[in-house]
Ligand binder design. Structure first.
Ligand code: C2E
Ligand code: CA
Ligand code: CA
Length: 445
C-alpha cells in the first residue's frame, strides 16, 4: 500500500504542470479489479479572509497543517497543497462508498473551529470530487471532473461528486443523482406508510415510512433504485432530513384523526457517522416533540462501530426508538448487537417469506426471536405475506408483524382509512384459522 501510495503521488502533480505522460500506464496499476480511484479537491473557502487576519506566511503554514490533517483522515490518501488554499487528494479503494466516507470525515473534522495561535478560527471547506473505476483510469479527466465538481460546490454550497467511469449505467446514475438534487425542491418525493401489527395486542404498534420518487419522465421510481445513488452522491442527507420533516407533519395529521403512532424512518449507514446530520436530525425531532423511530442495519454499524454506536446512543437519548433492520441479511456481530441501544429487531423478509416452505428458515427465525428476547428486544417479522406465516410467527412468540398480508405501504390518506376501519383485525381472524391448521405441524418447545 505504501508503495502504491508513493506511485500515486507522482501522478498528483499540480494541475497546471500535469501532462499525460505523468500518468502511470494501466498495465502497472496494482489496484484491485473493479476498484475505484478518487480525486478530492478541498478548497479553504475563507483563505483570503484568513490571510488578511493572520498574514500570508501563517496562513500558508495553516494550509500545510490542514493538508496534513486531511492526509491522515483518509486511509492511503495523498494530499498536496496546489496553491490558493486548495488541496488535492488522491486515493483508491475497492468500494465506491469510500469516497462518501472520506467526504463525511473531511467535513466533520472541520466542523468546529481550530486553534490558530490561541484563537478559535473557523475553517470553511468546499469539496469537489471525482470518481472513476480504476480500470478506466484517466487522471487528467478525473482531475478536470473534480475541478468542475468544485466549481459546482462553490455555487451549491454542498460537496459535489462527479463520476467519470463513463459506462451507460454510470451515466444513468449521474443523471439520476442530478435529478434527485432537484426532486425535493420540486416536490417529487412521496412517503408511503406500512403498519406493524402487535401480534398479542392485535393493534397497530407503529408505522414505517418508505420513500418513493415520482419522476417527471421516468415515472414512479422505487427506493432500491435511487437510495444507493443518493448514498453515493450524498443526496441522502437532504433526502433523509426531508423525510423527517414530512413524517413530523404526517404524524400531526394522524393525531388529528385520533391515531397516535410512532413512525419509523430508515436511516442509511453513511449517516450514522455524520455528526452534522445527527445534530440536524436531533434538532428537528426534539423541537417537534414527534414520536420517531430509526431503522438501521447492523452492516452500517460494523463499518465504523465507534461513531455509529455513539450516535445511536445520542438518538436513543432523546427518545428515538432504534430498530435493527434486515437482521440476518447482512453482516452481523453479537459483540455489537449487545452494545446497540436498540428496542426492536426486524427479521429480514428473506427468512420470513420462505418460512412455511423451507426447513431451515423456521429454525433461524425461532432462534433469532429467542436471541432478541434474551437481549430484551422486541421482534418484528417483515415480509409476512400469508396467514400461515403469521400463525407460525405467533406460535414462535414473535412480537410484531409487517407485510403485504396486513397492508402494502400506502399513502397517508389510505393509512388513515386503514386505521379508522381497524382493517388489521380481519387479518388476525384469518390467521387464527390458519393457526389451527399450523398447530399440528409446528409444536413449540
Ligand atoms: P426495508 O426497510 O427493508 O423495507 C421493506 C421493503 O419490503 C419495502 O420495499 C416494502 O415495500 C417491502 N415489503 C413490505 N412488505 C412486504 C412483503 O410482505 N413481501 C415482500 N416481498 N416485500 C415487502 P420498498 O418500499 O421498495 O423499500 C426498499 C428499501 O428501500 C427499504 O427496505 C429501505 O432499505 C429503503 N428505503 C425506503 N425508504 C427509505 C428512506 O426513506 N430512507 C432510506 N435510507 N432508505 C429507504
Ligand atoms: Ca426498514
Ligand atoms: Ca427491512
Amino acid at each position: 500500500m505504501t508503495d502504491h501510495a508513493s506511485e500515486i503521488s507522482k501522478v498528483t502533480a499540480p494541475v497546471d504542470g500535469m501532462s499525460r505522460r505523468s500518468v502511470r500506464p494501466l498495465a502497472t496499476l496494482s489496484a484491485a479489479r473493479d476498484g475505484w480511484r478518487f480525486v478530492i479537491l478541498v478548497e479553504i473557502e475563507n483563505f483570503t479572509v484568513l490571510r488578511r487576519q493572520h498574514g500570508r506566511a501563517r496562513t500558508d503554514a495553516l494550509a500545510g497543517e490542514i493538508t496534513a490533517t486531511l492526509r491522515e483522515l483518509v486511509d492511503g490518501a495523498t494530499a498536496i497543497s496546489i496553491g490558493r488554499g486548495t488541496i488535492e487528494m488522491t486515493f483508491e479503494s475497492e468500494q465506491r462508498i469510500a469516497l462518501t466516507t472520506a467526504i463525511t470525515a473531511i467535513e466533520t473534522a472541520f466542523e468546529r473551529p481550530v486553534d490558530v495561535d490561541g484563537e478559535d478560527q473557523q475553517i470553511d471547506l468546499l469539496v469537489g470530487a471525482a470518481a472513476t473505476s480504476s480500470l478506466r483510469r484517466d487522471d487528467v479527466r478525473l482531475i478536470e471532473a473534480a475541478e468542475r465538481a468544485l466549481a459546482m460546490a462553490q455555487v451549491d454550497r454542498v460537496a459535489v461528486v462527479h463520476d467519470v467511469t463513463g459506462s451507460p449505467e454510470t451515466v444513468d446514475r449521474i443523471a439520476l443523482a442530478r435529478d434527485l438534487s432537484h426532486a425535493i425542491l420540486r416536490d417529487e418525493l412521496i412517503l408511503h406508510y406500512q403498519p406493524k401489527v402487535h401480534v398479542r395486542r392485535q393493534e397497530i404498534a407503529s408505522v414505517e415510512a418508505l420513500v418513493r420518487w415520482r419522476h417527471p419522465v421516468r415515472g414512479m421510481i422505487q427506493p432500491n433504485d435511487f437510495i444507493p445513488i443518493a448514498e453515493e452522491s450524498r443526496g441522502i442527507v437532504a433526502l433523509t432530513l426531508w423525510t423527517i420533516r414530512k413524517v413530523i407533519t404526517d404524524q400531526r395529521t394522524l393525531a388529528e384523526h385520533g391515531h397516535d403512532l410512532t413512525v419509523f424512518i430508515n436511516i442509511a449507514g453513511v449517516l450514522l457517522g455524520d455528526t452534522r446530520f445527527v445534530r440536524q436530525a436531533c434538532t428537528l425531532i426534539q423541537t417537534s416533540g414527534a414520536k420517531i423511530g430509526f431503522e438501521i442495519t447492523e452492516t452500517s454499524v460494523i463499518r465504523d462501530p465507534e461513531s455509529a454506536i455513539a450516535n445511536l446512543k445520542v438518538f436513543a437519548g432523546i427518545g428515538i426508538t432504534i430498530a435493527i433492520d434486515d437482521y440476518g441479511a447482512g453482516l452481523s456481530s453479537l459483540a455489537y448487537l449487545k452494545q446497540l441501544p436498540a428496542k426492536e429487531l426486524k427479521i429480514d423478509k428473506l427468512f420470513v417469506t420462505q418460512l412455511t416452505s423451507s426447513n431451515r428458515d423456521p429454525l433461524i427465525v425461532r432462534s433469532t426471536i429467542d436471541l432478541a428476547h434474551a437481549l430484551d428486544m422486541e421482534v418484528v417479522a417483515e415480509g409476512v405475506e400469508t396467514p400461515s406465516a403469521l400463525a407460525l410467527l405467533s406460535v414462535m412468540g414473535c412480537d410484531m408483524v409487517q407485510g403485504y398480508l396486513i397492508s402494502r405501504p400506502i399513502a397517508i390518506e389510505a393509512l388513515i382509512d386503514f386505521l379508522d376501519n381497524d382493517r388489521h383485525v380481519a387479518t388476525a381472524e384469518n390467521s387464527r384459522a390458519a393457526l389451527g391448521r399450523m398447530a399440528t405441524v409446528w409444536k413449540r418447545g
